[in-house]
Design a protein around this ligand. Structure first.
Ligand code: PBG
Length: 326
């Protein structure tokens, strides 16, 4: 007549729900993506990423101090250079925008917050691809590795505690690990974008960094095919074997299965990247009053923790950390 099993008992009060919660979300689990543009004095708004800007060095310092005060775990920098070229030389130039910003942050926050640098060439190449091009227009995997090595060394010399290769070239983690170790940077952490899918959800990010791929091209020749699941495990295992300290899955919400697979198969920390398009969709629907945006954001980020992510890169980092501090 009456049920004996009553799971609802544990949901009666907020205190009980909190006590039995299987996962948690705290500011220290969040990484804030930040854009720093060369030659910018006043922050420039990014239309498709409401609440985000292209920082100049001064506003970047202030933002990172604020994030550190809120207890946000880390920041990851993306540079927007004034001039691009075929090789993307701004990526490793010691006076390139990311290196200048990294030195400023080392001075501003030291090790109080983990400072990460996205390691790729697409923001710096005139053609918008993540590597150098061969004569036939294809991305040259092995020639690109050498440029990633230079970029890694430049970023770490400028103060990056973590480098995060995002270009999906084969062998990139091994190449970067070798270069760092050879330069005395054995302690630098590599956060590998291990399972990174070719996705239309990166649209707002490409606006933010001013990247357009030449000839209307795409990245399907090096980023993963969304139809594949097993392949993600293969990619992640390769990265761990090559020396990755942490592996990442990206985008996040379309890859909960992958997060769950990697959590079970690997014992390194796992990170999910809730990408620009995922943020923009929530913001846009929230602005129209169609959904309660902060609550939806919390639901999605909690689902990522539940699926196995130890920490999350998200454009919600600042506002969520403020909400959590209340
Ligand atoms: C490549 C890179 C991209 C993102 C992070 N690193 C763009 C791409 O692969 O086209 C996208 C992140 C986002 O959408 O938030 N440097």
């Amino acid at each position: 007549m009456f049920p004996t099993q009553r799971p609802r008992r544990l949901r009666r009060t907020a205190a009980l729900r909190s006590l039995v919660a299987e996962s948690s979300l705290v500011a220290g689990d969040l990484v804030a993506p930040l854009f720093v543009a060369e030659g910018v004095s006043e922050p420039r708004a990014i239309a498709s990423l409401p609440g985000h800007v292209q920082h100049g060095v001064d506003s970047l310092r202030r933002e990172v101090s604020a994030l550190a005060a809120l207890g946000v775990g880390a920041v990851i920098l993306f540079g927007v250079p004034e001039v691009k070229d075929d090789l993307g030389s701004g990526a490793w130039n010691e006076n390139g925008v990311t290196q200048v910003a990294l030195r400023a942050l080392r001075d501003e926050v030291g090790d109080a917050v983990v400072v990460m640098a996205d390691l790729c060439l697409d923001e710096y190449t005139s053609h918008g691809h993540c590597g150098v091009l061969r004569g036939d227009g294809e991305v040259d995997n092995d020639a690109t590795l050498e440029l990633y090595q230079r970029t890694a060394i430049a970023q770490v010399a400028a103060g990056a505690a973590v480098v995060a290769p995002s270009g999906m070239m084969d062998g990139q983690v091994a190449a970067i690990r070798r270069a760092l170790d050879g330069s005395g940077y054995q302690d630098t952490v590599i956060l590998a974008y291990a399972a990174k899918y070719a996705s239309a959800l990166y649209g707002p990010f490409r606006d933010a960094v001013g990247v357009e791929i030449v000839g209307g091209g795409d990245r399907r020749g090096y980023q993963q095919d969304v139809r594949n699941r097993r392949e993600a495990l293969r990619e992640a295992r390769l990265d761990v074997d090559e020396g990755a300290d942490i592996v990442m899955v990206k985008p996040a919400m379309t890859n909960l299965d992958v997060l769950s697979d990697l959590r079970r198969a690997l014992d390194v920390p796992l990170c999910a990247y809730h990408v620009s398009g995922e943020y923009a969709m929530i913001k846009a629907a929230g602005e129209r009053g169609w959904i309660d945006a902060p609550t939806v954001a919390l639901e999605q980020l909690s689902a990522l923790r539940r699926a196995g992510a130890d920490f999350i890169l998200t454009y919600f980092a600042h506002e969520l950390a403020e909400d959590l501090a209340r």
